[in-house]
Write a protein that binds this ligand. Structure first.
Ligand code: AMP
Length: 208
């Protein structure tokens, strides 16, 4: 399946992607992960992206559209992919539609995970990530339960940055709900539940 996961930052897109990938082997395309890797590696792209990311603002469309177009040429995406955190603007969604049409690999569904914003602020400000394997846990994890690595708080998981990310989501990304609804491929899931229950709902809605 070719899927887009939509939802505010912290809605659980990363967690649901991980579960789908583990069970079905789809390729994971997370623009946030690609950009964070570029920041960590200190590349030109990373240096450019960091200033937007630290403030919780969006990296320019031209940059992320190029990254995704490149990633979609890789062979592991041929048997299905999950776009997580992309598109985030109407311009990105339109560019994606053009690219997928060229490739003859249309989207099967856009899954919107819906979570109350105050729940998100609490969730993200207590979120911690593993420096080594990327595991997503919370403040109670002193070390990574998966690999023993060091857990850290992302700079953009500070409360003032989280609130800006939610405002940016409202303004730039929420219109994508109508975009995919009009395209007839929108599925909305209540994300304010245990991740395993959300996952069962996602699979049921997708007929998996
Ligand atoms: P995420 O991990 O998806 O929450 O992304 C972290 C940050 O990376 C965002 O707050 C943006 O600064 C940047 N970013 C990720 N994906 C995109 C995108 N599709 N368009 C623009 N900026 C993005």
């Amino acid at each position: 399946m070719n899927l887009v996961l939509l939802g505010a930052p912290g809605a659980g897109k990363g967690t649901q992607s991980d579960l789908l990938i583990e069970e079905f082997g789809y390729a994971h395309i997370s623009t946030g992960d690609i950009l964070r890797a570029a920041v960590k590696a200190g590349t030109e792209l990373g240096l450019e992206a960091k200033k937007y990311m630290d403030a919780g603002d969006l990296v320019p469309d031209s940059v992320v559209i190029g990254l995704v177009a490149d990633r979609l040429t890789q062979e592991d995406t041929l048997d299905g992919f999950i776009l997580d955190g992309f598109p985030r603007t109407i311009a990105q969604a339109a560019a994606l539609a053009d690219e997928l049409e060229k490739l003859g690999r249309p989207l099967d569904a856009a899954v919107a995970i819906d979570v109350d914003y105050e729940v998100i602020v609490k969730r993200l400000s207590s979120r911690r990530c593993c420096r080594d394997c990327g595991y997503i846990g919370n403040v109670a994890d002193e070390s990574c339960p998966k690999c023993g690595g060091e857990m850290f708080q992302r700079d953009d998981d500070q409360e003032d940055v989280i609130r800006n990310r939610l405002a940016v989501y409202d303004k730039s990304t929420k219109p994508l709900i109508d975009f995919y609804s009009e395209a007839g491929i929108l599925i909305t899931i209540d994300g304010d539940k245990d991740p395993k229950i959300v996952y069962d709902d996602v699979k049921q809605a997708l007929g998996l």
